[in-house]
Structure formats: C-alpha cells, structure tokens
Design a protein around this ligand. Structure first.
Ligand code: G6P
Length: 362
C-alpha cells in the first residue's frame, strides 16, 4: 500500500527515521541560518523570552525527555532558570509561578491533549508561550504566541526518534541565540558543531550491525534493564530507557548513575543488563565507579563512551562531538539497541501494543 512505498526499502519506519537524523540536523542548520551564516530565531521571540524571570518547559513522553536537555541549554547558554514539567501533572498541580514566566511547549505532533490543556490555562493567565513542534499549523502551534518548527519531516513510527534529536537541536539553537543576545553565549559555533554531530551520527548509523549484535547479546532474554549516566548522560538514559521499554517490553529504567546505590541497585542480579553512557568529562570517572559497583554484583555492563573518555574495552566508542551536544549523538545507538532488541524478541517495531502516536485525550 501507499505507506509501504514511503518506507522504501526499509522494513520499518523507525529504522528509516533513525537513518534520517543526520539529514534532519543539516536541515535545521539550513532553516535557522541567517544571511550572515549564524543560526537565529525571530527577534520578537528573543525579546519575549529574555523578559522572563523563569522558563517552564511542558511536554509528555519523549518530548518531556528532550525538555531536560533543553533546561540544561537554557540555563547554561542563556542563564534563565528553567523548570521541566510533565504536562498531565502541571495541569492539576501547577507550580508556584514567579512574576514573568514564559512557557515552552515541546510536542512533535502539536496535538497532545495533556500539553494543550496546559497551554489553554497559560493563555487564560495571560502568559507568553512558544510551541516547538514538527507540524506546522497544528493545534498547539496555532494557539501559542510563537512557533519554532523541527523540520524533521513526518514521523510515522510510534517510537519517536528523529523528533527527539530535532527538538534538542532546535533548543540548542534557541538557547544559543538567547545567550548571544545577552553577550554571554557559550562560544559554540552551532553551524559547525551541528555539522560535526551529523557526520558523527552517520558513522554510528553506518555501524548499525555492530549495535544489532550488542542488542542480541544483552537484551533478547532479559526481564529488565537499566540505562545509567550523569548530567546530560542521565537525561539521555531516561529517553533510552523509554525507547527500549515501549517497543521491546523489557522493563527498563533510566537512572542517575549515582542514585542507583540508594535503592535500585537491589535489583541487580547475575546477568542484569546495565547500559552506561559516558560523554561528560567532569563525571566520567564517577560513572565508571558506578559501572564497577554493578558489575561486581553480577550486572552485564555495556558502555557507550565518547572518544577521549572511552576505554579500549568499552562496547561502543562514539566519535567526539561538542560535549554539550553529546545527547544528539548518544541517543542514536540506544535507539538502534531498542530497534534490534525488539526485532530479536519478535515484536512489531512500529506498532507497539497499547500506544498511540498522538494522544488526543487527557
Ligand atoms: C505519545 C507518543 C510518544 C510521544 C508523546 C508526546 O504518547 O506515543 O512517543 O512522545 O505522545 O507526543 P508529542 O506529539 O506531544 O511530542
């Protein structure tokens, strides 16, 4: 049928969409570039956001996870205090708001009911809002004051992949533009660094069979698994865990590596897969320590480390990218792990049970 044609030679949309990520990165660079070659967002958006004393990111699912990386960027690049909220929680338990809040809605589809009901309230309260979405003209785009598009092309697979990386890239562009306006940007050449990310993504994707082998070693027969990391690597761990659990049905948790010992390490048994992400120099040795802790209790550890911080016997060594942009790269092998684990377990990658691509009920 028609949808099979769009898939081309790919067995599943998810694999096609994973493969498209380098092109999406390059497309974002192109779409946000001004005549001088800098990446910018509209001036009235910059003015509105810099007038805020606090930013609230509101989202669900995978978009919520990219929100955590966005918080890091908004605080580090633009130095605006930022909170991240699950939309369904915010609507019934709104946080104490400061005088000038600004709301950012992250939604691939632009149609998620839980997020929309928060936007409706925010508008009633009279606060400014931005929707970052993949779908021009979607409900949340029409109802917010500002929209930034992901330019990722349609995402069909229920498990979100390219929308996650596109959201992070657009949040980086936005945060960098705010920082530049304030005169304290991080000195990152975004055009160059996002280009390096795209090339690094390609290298990982070209080596996908290796990730498939690892998925087949670690994941086909396990009941549970853990992703661990610190800082930005923790945020990616949360998304990596969601991806694996939602399509392979392996119960997976993403954990702050240092927090494991305060309870959850009790779940580590002989052979429990623990997948660790290491890209941040300031915490690499601490995460290494946590890997040793779980390994000594029988865990089957798999390390994804960035060049420069990697050890020779790490399972996946990722090309070096700017550490702030590492989430864009590290999530790719975890998407592939989820994909291949699901194939190995015999489930439909694109149509996981109980899930919908876009949830338009609260
Ligand atoms: C559904 C999908 C998730 C998605 C979430 C938020 O639950 O299954 O993959 O992350 O909605 O969707 P949105 O379109 O708002 O980003």
């Amino acid at each position: 049928d028609a949808s099979d044609l769009e898939k081309g030679t790919y067995p599943y949309y998810m694999l096609k969409e994973i493969d498209e990520q380098p092109a999406v990165m390059r497309n974002i660079v192109q779409k946000y570039q001004n005549e001088e070659g800098r990446l910018t967002v509209p001036e009235d958006l910059v003015t509105a956001m810099l007038a805020a004393d606090r930013i609230h990111i509101v989202a669900c699912g995978t978009s919520y996870h990219s929100g955590w990386v966005g918080k890091h960027y908004l605080e580090k690049f633009a130095q605006i205090p930022t909170e991240v909220h699950v939309a369904s929680e915010f609507s019934y338990n709104p946080p104490l708001l400061t005088g000038n809040p600004f709301f950012v809605f992250l939604t691939q589809s632009g149609e998620t009911a839980d997020s929309r009901q928060v936007l409706v309230k925010v508008k009633e309260w009279g606060y400014p809002s931005l929707t970052i979405t993949n779908v021009a003209g979607s409900t949340l785009s029409r109802e917010a004051d500002f929209t930034l598009l992901l330019h990722a092309g349609p995402e069909i697979a229920v498990a979100s992949t390219k929308a996650y990386t596109a959201q992070i890239a657009v949040l980086a562009v936005l945060s960098d533009a705010l920082g530049a306006k304030l005169g304290h940007d991080m000195g990152i050449n975004m055009v160059r660094e996002l280009g390096i990310v795209a090339t690094a993504m390609e290298a990982v994707i070209d080596d996908k069979e290796r990730i498939g082998e690892l998925a087949n070693i670690y994941l086909p027969n396990t009941r549970n698994a853990f992703y661990i990391g610190r800082g930005l690597d923790y945020y990616v761990s949360m998304e990596a865990a969601l991806k694996l659990k939602e399509i392979s049905y392996i119960q997976t948790e993403g954990f702050a590596a240092g927090e494991l010992k305060h309870g959850t390490i009790a779940l580590i048994e002989e052979g429990t897969p623990v997948l660790a992400i290491i890209t941040q120099a300031n915490v690499a040795s601490h995460t290494r320590g946590n890997i040793e802790e779980v390994r000594s209790r029988g865990a089957n550890t798999c390390v994804f480390a960035m060049e420069g911080l990697a050890h020779d016997n790490d399972q996946v060594i990722l090309p070096a990218v700017h550490p702030a942009l590492a989430p864009l790269l590290t999530v790719v092998p975890t998407q592939l792990m989820a994909y291949y684990a699901t194939l190995a377990r015999g489930y439909d990658v694109d149509k996981p049970r109980n899930l919908a691509k876009s949830v338009t009920v609260e």
